[in-house]
Design a protein around this ligand. Structure first.
Ligand SMILES: Cc1cc2nc3c(=O)[nH]c(=O)nc-3n(C[C@H](O)[C@H](O)[C@H](O)COP(=O)(O)OP(=O)(O)OC[C@H]3O[C@@H](n4cnc5c(N)ncnc54)[C@H](O)[C@@H]3O)c2cc1C
Ligand code: FES
Length: 259
């Protein structure tokens, strides 16, 4: 049986909001069809054509949130280079082409009653849809968001709709001063940890999860080209050998990883 349900289609930008310096939140609706028909799961991603041929290859972006009532998909984008900058610069009403929804997504059946969702920087993106879905299943998650400073804390008000929000900033201008790995909320007990962010952060969280014997999943952001398992450029070494993060991930239980 097909593990996931891939489609290609044009999406129209209904709103492009610059929510922080170098970050845009794009709200998009499919030109044709209903997102609810696509069985999109938290943790999956899209491959986006960058406007005006800014880049030769599509760019992978996490699905931040799905609003089925509005038939709307949200993408949270950090300006990293030419492709993401071109996406952030698109006006309302512009159309972009996407392949969706790719990858495996988070395992919600493992959440338990009190999961902790940890995001660093733009890595918070897939955790909004995850938090919303957990909430729909009657689970109130705890969020831990990491950023450089207060102005870079992303979507905190949106996260607060679904659970308690804790923040770490490197300069101490919001929440606790320091990295997410030193936030005191980590002294509490959680049934499961879901994490997405820079690789050193995820490795440090994986170490803490192992020490506390808390099951943990991480969403990897290896550089990708095709996004569908054909080019092998996103390979990660796992306990099952080399696997394509785009197809077998991007979410892995840390027990699968050789970290
Ligand atoms: C599964 C997945 C989900 C992602 N979700 C998001 C998201 O929700 N929002 C978002 O803004 N970005 C996300 N990214 C990262 C995003 O794909 C890259 O920032 C983007 O491809 C860079 O393209 P560019 O043309 O703007 O920059 P480029 O000119 O291609 O690169 C600019 C800089 O970014 C670095 N870079 C390129 N790809 C990555 C990557 N995968 N991870 C980290 N650094 C990279 C390059 O090494 C270079 O230093 C995701 C990546 C993956 C694999
Ligand atoms: S990006 Fe081509 S195989 Fe993963």
């Amino acid at each position: 049986m097909e593990k996931y349900n891939k489609r290609m289609g044009d999406f129209r930008i209904t709103e492009n909001a610059a929510i922080a310096e170098n970050y845009s939140l794009l709200k998009l609706i499919p030109v044709e069809g209903l997102l609810s028909d696509s069985a999109i799961r938290p943790g999956q991603f899209v491959q986006v054509v960058t406007p005006n041929n800014a880049t030769y290859l599509r760019r992978p972006i996490s699905i931040c949130y799905i609003d089925n009532d509005a038939n709307e998909m949200w993408l949270l984008i950090r300006k990293a280079g030419d492709g993401t900058r071109a996406l952030c610069d698109q006006p309302n009403g512009a159309t972009i082409n996407m392949i969706y929804s790719l990858g495996n997504g988070f395992d919600l059946s493992e959440a338990g009653s009190s999961p902790l969702l940890i995001g660093g920087g733009v890595g918070v993106a897939p955790l909004l849809n995850l938090g919303a879905e957990l909430n729909r299943q009657g689970i109130k998650p705890t969020f831990l968001l990491g950023a450089r400073s207060a102005k870079d804390v992303l979507l905190a008000e949106e996260f607060a709709k679904y659970g308690d929000v804790h923040v770490s900033t490197e300069d101490g201008s919001a929440g606790e001063k320091g990295l997410v790995t030193t936030n005191t909320i980590l002294n509490s007990e959680f049934t499961h940890i879901y994490c997405c962010g820079p690789m050193p952060m995820m490795k440090a969280i994986a170490k803490i999860a192992r020490e506390k014997s808390t099951p943990c999943e991480v969403s990897l952001e290896n550089v990708m080209a095709c996004g569908v398992g054909a080019c092998l450029c996103c390979v990660e070494k796992t306990t099952a050998g080399n696997v394509c993060v785009c197809k077998e991930g991007p979410v892995f239980n840390i027990d699968q990883l050789l970290w």
